[in-house]
Design a protein around this ligand. Structure first.
Ligand code: PLP
Length: 223
């Protein structure tokens, strides 16, 4: 048993650094137990993030549906049925087929599911995420999906020390987000820009992110 909540301390340190209460911190708990994840929830406004459906469900059951747990990792179509109705936001939609499956399962459960489109910027290598040029395709396609609400965009920066490149990528996603916001589409309401992790969250915040997905910096125990 720890006598102090080091997880909450880490979050408060990050919040002080950010100095912006409009940014939602998603504490990525994929490497820790539900008991440790619970420490993050002691900070008001903080929500959890999981990248795999199996671990998502484990934590969902532990918290008996009372914690908000974002699904931030790649989602296979055949697993959509396990998460619909249980998550405030799926960050990682990257195909029309996935949108349609979420529509189908959400309609069956009579819910509206909030999603972000995962975009890859200047990136040929990553498997997941759509190219910038395909984002509008998905938004147009989703006009026929009344049970899926696209609430914004998400990206992951590549693993690199090149801060200029990372900022450029985040800035680019912000530009796309602003451009889309200028028009009106059925079933799209641009309010979230999810970018920034442990190594680059300050850069992301500077480029306009309002959701940060932070794991290691929150759950590491600094003696
Ligand atoms: C693990 C993960 C994060 C958090 O990564 P850290 O570097 O530990 O902050 C953010 N987003 C996604 C999609 C992840 O899988």
């Amino acid at each position: 048993m720890t006598s102090h909540n080091y997880v909450a301390e880490n979050i408060y340190r990050i919040k002080k650094q950010l100095n912006n209460d409009d940014i939602l911190i998603v504490a990525v708990s994929k490497t820790v137990t539900s008991e440790t994840a619970a420490l993050a929830l002691e900070v008001p406004g903080v929500e959890l993030g999981e990248n795999r459906v199996q671990e998502f469900l484990k934590k969902y059951e532990y918290f008996q549906g009372k914690a908000k747990i974002h699904l931030i990792g790649h989602l296979q179509r055949n697993k959509v049925k396990y998460v619909v109705g249980k998550t405030p936001l799926i960050h990682s939609v990257d195909s029309k087929e996935l949108l349609d499956e979420i529509q189908k399962r959400s309609a069956m459960s009579n819910v509206v599911t909030n999603v972000l489109i995962q975009v890859k910027i200047f990136d040929e290598e990553t498997k997941f995420g759509v190219d910038e040029s395909a984002v509008m395709d998905l938004i147009n396609h989703n006009e026929n999906n009344p049970n899926v609400l696209i609430k914004g965009l998400m990206t992951m920066a590549p693993l690199t020390d090149d801060e200029q490149l990372i900022s450029q990528i985040f800035g680019k996603l912000h530009d796309i987000y602003v451009d889309i916001s200028k028009n009106t589409f059925y079933n799209t309401h641009m309010v979230y820009l999810s970018m920034g992790m442990t190594n680059d969250y300050m850069l992301a915040a500077k480029e306009g992110a309002n959701i940060l997905r932070i794991g290691s910096a929150i759950f590491k125990d600094i003696p």
